[in-house]
Design a protein around this ligand. Sequence first.
Ligand code: ZN
Length: 349
Amino acid sequence: MFRKAAGVVKAYTVFVDFPDVPAEGTPQERYREFFPAVPDYFAKSSYGKLRYESTPRFRWIRMAKPLAAYGIDRGVSFRPGYSAVSAEVDAAVGDGVDLSSYDLLNVLFTPNAGPPATEKVLSVTFGGTSFIWSRQTGDSAWRVLAHENAHAFGLPDLYGFQGYPPHPVGHWDPMDEDWGPTNDFMAWHKWKLGWLDREQVGCVSGPGVREFTLTPVSDAGGLKLVSVRLNDRWAINIEVRTKSELDPAVCRPGVLVSTVGVGVKSGAGPVRVFDARPGSGGCELADDVATELSDATYLPGQTFTGPGRSVAVQVLGVDGSGGHQGHQGYRVRVALGRQAVGGLPPAAR
Ligand SMILES: [Zn+2]
């Protein structure tokens, strides 16, 4: 059901307007809002593993009915509105193009249709088809398409739907916040998408103390993720985030500790970041983003203590030699077991 996220990923991209909301610009202009930014982003974030090829059809497809007739709103299901749009897109594309030969279909609506994205986000993905409405603000507004395509690849929403904490991950992954400054995917998501090799993931599943050297998630090469299994349901994930091209807004480089719950639904907080500085207000200066978790990282000398004191993550230090190809390596000591905290030796330095 999910689309592959590694190798050559072929997208077909179409442009849609309505009889009562005709397009004001050209399809080429709309296309340039997202391309080549989205393929470039996936290429860098995946360390070259995802090669995104988009074939645009540079003509506005005029829907048969006015916009309101499709009943589009946030949270609506595929039928009847989006299925009607899809049927009209299929008919307009015609038999000359075999849509089933593409991994993704991007439907870019004219940006003047519907409410501004700053007021109401309508963009949505069903199966391999991403429907993109309006425009986000900021210098990386194209990320709404990366976010929606990532749903097609199988990633859940990390922001909270109604009744859940709104931003349990904050700006550490575009599946929580795809607005504001650009941000890289968490190591857990890169693992799920098939962008990490087996030796780039460390697993801790039994009691004991182990040491690892992690390199920043945005840099190619080296160990990216240490996953500590707590029980059948929950794991603790450890990764390193530093300021980089894909993570320009990182204001406290360090070790990010989060938890992932097996079977926790999209929008119910499947991933949650632990805050090294709770209640600090954060350090990120960008507008419109949730700032509290922006300084959630642990720095050398600090120790994260997990639920029931059964797991501890001690950040030992940073060095160049322990990393990969000259990149910074963060040395961490992970202790798992009933006596994890008491049994943790003091930091080496
Ligand atoms: Zn989403």
